[in-house]
Design a protein around this ligand. Structure first.
Ligand SMILES: [Zn+2]
Length: 313
């Protein structure tokens, strides 16, 4: 009897899981942050089987001629739902997609946009070609069924630093900065004053560092802060009308950099560094302890090696 009950409950569980897979939906809701400019704000979480990787901000601009999309999300399903969300806002065609950098939550919706030009910098295109399959597999592991059918699409066009895209009454200026990754593409819409800051800016969600160079990232934040923007769209976290998220990201990077260097100079063990106290000003950032652990694991070994006294002969 017990065995039969177990089999039945296993079958019920399997049915429940496949039913859930069939009705997975990101429920994407575009928010208008400036005239014709929409942001789809993701959760301030890590990739899970509940959020399906919807942890990222994507955006689109409806111009007189058609739609420009900035980043396309973490999965084929997200890309398709983004395209459907755009179609609910406008009947104008999608003209092009801009991918800001090589992290998978920003480009894995690419299959839904294969009929239009998808642009990224040369370094980002090369990085996606090299690491795309590996990061896609990693997201399958983290997000499960949401990823079904998702494959890496390498952006089809190269975008350059300083390039200006004039489209349907908008002037979009591209800036290739770096620090979060080797190449972080920022889009400044000079017509509306909206700055799409990519993952150079996180807001109320701890930054991530798998490809980061903190010193370079800090310089890029200064460049961003000097731009004349009215609306700031971070890569993760809420949109603002001030430079608050730039300042928050800068303060966190400066603290982390200082704390890691001090620990390295003091010869502290990585297990101890992972547990270091987080200053109260960052305690409310989502995922701060998790991301701190990941960033120490990424950044600390090299710092610790560099601060070893020179070997004596
Ligand atoms: Zn990123």
């Amino acid at each position: 009897m017990i065995r039969r009950a177990l089999i039945l409950s296993a079958v019920a569980l399997a049915l429940a899981i496949s039913a859930k897979a069939a009705d997975l939906s990101y429920d994407l809701t575009p928010q208008e942050v400036a005239p014709g400019t929409y942001v789809l704000e993701g959760t301030r979480e890590y990739f899970t089987r509940e959020n399906g990787g919807n942890i990222v901000n994507t955006a689109f601009i409806v111009t007189n001629e058609g739609v420009v999309v900035i980043d396309n999300g973490p999965s084929k399903r997200y890309g398709e739902e983004l395209r459907a969300a755009i179609a609910r806002v406008t009947d104008k065609p999608v003209l092009r997609v801009i991918v800001t950098h090589l992290h998978p939550d920003h480009f894995l919706g690419g299959q839904a946009f294969e009929d239009v030009p998808v642009g990224a910098t040369a370094a980002t295109r090369a990085g996606i070609a090299e690491e795309g399959t590996m990061v896609t597999e990693n997201l399958y592991r983290l997000s499960g069924d949401w990823m079904r059918g998702t494959e890496t699409v390498v952006p089809s066009e190269t975008l350059e630093d300083g390039q200006v895209i004039k489209v349907g009454g908008h002037t979009l200026r591209l800036l290739e900065l770096s620090g979060h990754t080797e190449s972080d593409l920022v889009v400044m819409d000079e017509t509306t004053g909206v700055l799409f800051a990519s993952d150079l800016v996180f807001h109320d969600r701890a930054p991530t560092f798998p490809h980061a160079d903190i010193a370079v990232w800090l310089e890029s934040l200064d460049t961003l802060q000097a731009l004349d923007f009215k609306v700031l769209v971070p890569g993760h976290g809420p949109v603002t009308r001030d430079a608050g998220p730039i300042e928050q990201t800068r303060a966190y990077l400066q603290w982390l950099n200082g704390a890691l260097r001090e620990a390295a100079a003091g010869g502290r063990e990585i297990t101890e560094v992972i547990r270091m106290p987080i200053p109260p000003e960052f305690a409310d950032m989502d995922l701060v302890r998790d991301e701190l652990t990941r960033s120490v694991l990424t950044l600390y070994p090299e710092l610790a090696r560099d601060s070893l006294p020179p070997a004596s002969n």
